[in-house]
Each structure stands twice: as structure tokens, then as C-alpha cells.
Design a protein around this ligand. Structure first.
Ligand code: B4P
Length: 355
């Protein structure tokens, strides 16, 4: 018996629900302009999306906590990803199991209420789980299966903002998905050009900030339990590298982590995975993880700092202010990403590529 596909028939459901929600006014689509900013040195075709209307949206820093707190009636729960779901935004729900003996994990797919790209949607856990917990093997598998299914018609990219400095504003566990308009994410070619000879080895791309990538290339005959375990393992390899990098950085450059120089005497002090901020980008072909130093790029001229989430590290930066846009154009996207990421370590690089 073949295992049924995860979220079967999702593409047409997403399209129909998005059209209905937009028409009903349940979803707020914000217009934006995209400026291409190819980096001449490394050749990544970065995209900067300028959405001035978003500047008026309340943020965590305004003490609003969630995106639609202002509009929330007193009796509505503060967690927008908890059931009962807003019907117009609800697309599907499913309990995904590793095998028949597994009780599985239940997920819902919801449209993003505040999107700047059409059909931006979220995969949320039905039970409340903290956004600061790492992705489970079944969560990586479910996200990858959704990408694979949708990719047959339209390529998508998934992302996970984890931790206070990652750009996350909602504490309920969620991954997000956006369609890739031309079928190629900005980092695809760069990753292809730097992939190691042994595809099973995670690697660091030559960028001015720490980053870790694992290629996804499971055997075509892999069973579902094998796939869950394979994808979970690929993600854990990246987490391991991030933890190792942080430990080494606490010795060599504690200030980069906001630590006192004394911290170098106790390199493991205070390191808890749930305290670490990082971004994850997932495509059908790779997982890319970037540890974070801070959420916002502080601009010199604009009063609006530029908040960077995982999409920044997928090569897509969002700005809400014209002066910030000019400044990003002037300094280049890599400089922005460098400031909000952590320094790369040669020593970690040396470990990558070993068996
Ligand atoms: P988080 O992980 O908490 O944070 P985020 O994506 O960075 O979004 P944020 O809310 O900080 O928005 P921002 O102004 O920076 O994600 C929560 C997600 O849930 C968001 O997508 C949010 O919109 C959505 N949401 C909140 N309340 C909801 C509700 N009641 N029902 C359903 N969904 C709800 O950015 C604005 C938007 O632009 C975000 O969606 C962001 O992901 C997206 N974006 C950022 N950079 C982009 C880029 N370069 N290209 C395209 N889109 C981009």
C-alpha cells in the first residue's frame, strides 16, 4: 500500500482560498516594488522589496506583541494560530504520521493575514508549541513534503524564524511558505556552485557571516520513516554546527555574542538552544541555517531600522522606508546581512568537509 501524500491537493485549495479571502477583505495584501540588487562580487541576485505601507503596522518594539493586537476584540485569543481558525484564512489540517504505529503530529495550513506576496501561507502546529523549539524530524518532513508537492506546479520556499533576534513576532510554532516567482530562489545557483564533492557533508558558503547548508538528496526509494529520519538528521547536523560555532566564538570573539570577555573562561555558560536565534531556509534541494546576532540592521540615515527575517538570508530583504531603501542600495545587501549575522569562523570551516 502506498502512503498517501501529505496535504494532498494543496495547490488548488491555496489558490481558491487566497482568492476568496482577498475578496472578502479577510487578508491584507500590501503592494510593494522589487529592486534587484545583484552583488557584483559573488553574483547573488538579491531582491529588495520596498513596501512603504507596512511602516504603519505596529511591531513588537511598539509593545503591541502581535501583528493584529490593535484589531483584536477582547474575547478573541491572543494566539492567531490557535484553533478555532479564522475561516477565511484556513486552508487545510492534517495529522502527519511517521508510520502506522505513530500517533503523529497535527498541523494546520493558514493563509498569512498580512502578506506582501500573494499566497504566502503558514504551516502551524495545532497544539501550542514554542517557536523557540527546534524543528522536529516530522516538522521538517512535513514542510519538505509540502514544498515537493507544490513544486510540481510552482516552486516554493519555506522559512523558519527562531528566537528573539530572528525576526519572529509570533510565539506559536510556525513555518512560512512563499511562491518563488521565477522558479529560482536567489541563493540556488550560489549553493550549486559551492556544493561539496560529497553531497552528504554540510558546508559553509563563502559569505561574510556564519552560515551552514545541507543538501537534500534522499534515495528515491526511501520509505516515509526513512525520509523523516534523513531530513531530521540533516537539520540536526546544522544545529550541531551552529552550537559548535557559538562555542568557538565565545572563546575567540565573545563580544560578537554580546558576552563579557570573562565568558571565554566558561565557554558553555548560558548556551541553551532555546536562547539561540537563527533563521532556516528550506527548499526541495537544501536546508540553509544562519545564526543571528541581532534582529535589525541599524541604518545611519533612516529612523526605521531594517528588520531581517529568514527571507533576508534567502536573498530577499524587506524595507518599509525610502531612506532605508537608499541606504541598503548604497551599502549592499551583504553588508546588511553581515551586521545582523555572526562572524564566520575559519576553524569551523576547517571542520566542514571532514568525514
Ligand atoms: P513571524 O515569524 O513571527 O515574523 P515575520 O515573518 O518576520 O513577520 P512580521 O509579523 O514580523 O512582519 P513584517 O512586518 O516584518 O511570522 C508571523 C507570520 O504570521 C507573519 O507572516 C504574519 O504576517 C503572520 N500573521 C500574523 N498575524 C496573523 C493572523 N492573525 N493570521 C494569519 N497570519 C498572521 O513583514 C510583513 C510580512 O512580509 C510578513 O508576512 C513577512 O513574513 C513578509 N516578508 C518579510 N520579508 C519579505 C520579503 N523579502 N518578501 C516577501 N515577504 C516578506
Amino acid at each position: 500500500m502506498t502512503t498517501p501524500a501529505v496535504f494532498a491537493g494543496l495547490g488548488p485549495k491555496l489558490k481558491a482560498q487566497y482568492t476568496a479571502a482577498l475578496k472578502a477583505g479577510s487578508l491584507l495584501f500590501t503592494e510593494s516594488d522589487v529592486v534587484e540588487l545583484d552583488d557584483e562580487d559573488i553574483g547573488i541576485p538579491f531582491e529588495v522589496r520596498y513596501a512603504p505601507a507596512l511602516a504603519k503596522k505596529p511591531t513588537k518594539a511598539d509593545g503591541k506583541g502581535t501583528n493584529d493586537d490593535d484589531a483584536r476584540p477582547a474575547d478573541k485569543p491572543a494566539d492567531p494560530f490557535a484553533p478555532p481558525y479564522q475561516q477565511d484564512l484556513f486552508v487545510a489540517e492534517e495529522t502527519v504520521k511517521e508510520d502506522d504505529d505513530d500517533s503523529g503530529e497535527s498541523f494546520a495550513i493558514l493563509l498569512n493575514k498580512f502578506c506582501v506576496t500573494p499566497r504566502h501561507f503558514l504551516l502551524v502546529t495545532k497544539e501550542f508549541r514554542k517557536q523557540t523549539t527546534p524543528l522536529s524530524p516530522l516538522e521538517v518532513f512535513t514542510a519538505w513534503s509540502v514544498l515537493k508537492q507544490l513544486g510540481a506546479r510552482e516552486k516554493h520556499l519555506a522559512f523558519f524564524n527562531c528566537g528573539d533576534e530572528s525576526g519572529a513576532s509570533q510565539p506559536h510554532k510556525h513555518l512560512q511558505f512563499i511562491p518563488i516567482s521565477n522558479g529560482m530562489a536567489p541563493f540556488d545557483s550560489f549553493i550549486d556552485a559551492h556544493k561539496p564533492a560529497k553531497p552528504q557533508t554540510p558546508f559553509q558558503l563563502p559569505l561574510p557571516y556564519a552560515n551552514f547548508t545541507a543538501l537534500i538528496d534522499p534515495p528515491s526509494s526511501a520509505s516515509r520513516p526513512d525520509l523523516v529520519s534523513y531530513l531530521g538528521q540533516r537539520f540536526v547536523e546544522l544545529l550541531d554546527l551552529m552550537i559548535d560555532h557559538r562555542r568557538r566564538l565565545s572563546l575567540s570573539d565573545p563580544a560578537a555574542l554580546g558576552l563579557d570577555a570573562d565568558a571565554s573562561e566558561q565557554p558553555t555558560r548560558g548556551i541553551r538552544l532555546s536562547d539561540m536565534s537563527y533563521n532556516v531556509v528550506l527548499t526541495q534541494r537544501y536546508l540553509h541555517l544562519v545564526p543571528r546576532r541581532r534582529e535589525k540592521y541599524l541604518t545611519a540615515r533612516s529612523s526605521l531600522p531594517v528588520s531581517i527575517n529568514s527571507l533576508g538570508f534567502a536573498g530577499m530583504v524587506l524595507v518599509k522606508d525610502e531612506r532605508a531603501l537608499d541606504e541598503v542600495k548604497e551599502v549592499g545587501v551583504l553588508e546588511v546581512l553581515k551586521q545582523v549575522g555572526l562572524p564566520p569562523l575559519d576553524i569551523v570551516d576547517a571542520h566542514l568537509g571532514e568525514d
